[in-house]
Design a binder for this molecule. Structure first.
Ligand SMILES: [Zn+2]
Length: 279
């Protein structure tokens, strides 16, 4: 699967997306969801590159569009990140204006909205209008851990692809939950013991699990609705614990985890302790 190179993407996701690019039958809107944000980012980037590539075999990696995309400087590939803790309505209004302007170089204008599940009610309403009214050249890719955070009206406008839980084991999710529980109960000795029990799992998987809980706490704080919780099996605990954590701390922790992900290899156990000591 050339489009996604060595990315671990399930066939039922990779095949239709590859076919869409090959046949130039690209939809207006996509939602990529799953608990590995790193993977979602990379997949969206690869997909966007193939969309703007001007060669026959997309992505060719050698046309000017591919080179610009790889350098992060393609003018028709636009990234949107949360402003503070969430994607704000003002950002969606700017997006609405931006989509009304024709592409500079490509036949398409591709927007990747990162952490789209942080979008609040009014921002989602505004996005819905944009999805309904956009020009043909506009392609919007939403990336999210938690599909449950979106209105059904948004979901119905998107082609939804689940990247979720690829390789993530239930035991690991349960182990991570136990550490959060111990931290909530302020039993730090148990926190350290529990980390020791699973810290030899794949580090990236562990971080994905932890992220999904932190996002759930954040979703609870922002929306107050249990439907936006990704780890539904632990919904009761998540709602209870979320009350104690500030939006700033949760947001800061998400950045911290992102930094660990992209940073050099560090002492796994120490990094995990540093995360859980925040709770
Ligand atoms: Zn190319």
């Amino acid at each position: 699967m050339k489009l996604f190179q060595e990315l671990a993407i399930p066939d039922n996701v990779a095949l239709p997306l590859t076919r869409a690019v090959e046949n130039r039958q690209i939809s207006h809107a996509y939602l990529f969801h799953g608990n590995d944000e790193n993977l979602l980012d990379k997949a969206a980037q690869a997909f966007a590159k193939a969309i703007v590539c001007t060669a026959e075999n997309r992505p060719c990696e050698s046309c000017s569009a591919c080179i610009k995309t790889n350098a992060g400087s393609h003018p028709d590939l636009i990234h949107l990140y949360p402003d503070g803790a969430s994607i704000k309505i003002t950002q969606i209004r700017q997006l609405k204006y931006s989509v009304s302007l024709k592409p500079f170089e490509s036949a398409y204008k591709v927007y990747i909205i990162h952490q789209a599940d942080t979008m609040q009610k009014w921002a989602q309403n505004s996005l819905l209008k944009t999805l309904e009214e956009s020009n043909k050249y506009v392609i919007i890719i939403l990336l999210a851990v938690n599909k449950g955070a979106f209105y059904p009206t948004i979901l119905s406008r998107c082609q939804v692809y689940a990247f979720s839980d690829v390789g993530l084991k239930n035991e690991l999710i349960d182990s991570v939950y136990r550490v959060f529980l111990a931290a909530y109960e302020e039993d730090y000795e148990r926190v350290f013991e529990s980390i020791a029990a699973f810290h030899d799992n794949d580090f990236s998987d562990i971080l994905s699990c932890i992220s999904s809980f932190v996002r759930d706490f954040l979703a609870c704080r922002l929306s107050g609705e249990s439907t936006s919780i990704y780890n539904q099996a632990y919904s009761g605990f998540i709602q209870r614990a979320a009350k104690r954590y500030s939006v700033e701390m949760l947001h800061d922790t998400i950045s911290f985890i992102c930094d660990i992900r992209t940073g050099a290899s560090a002492n796994v156990k120490l990094m995990l302790q540093a995360i859980f000591l925040r709770f």
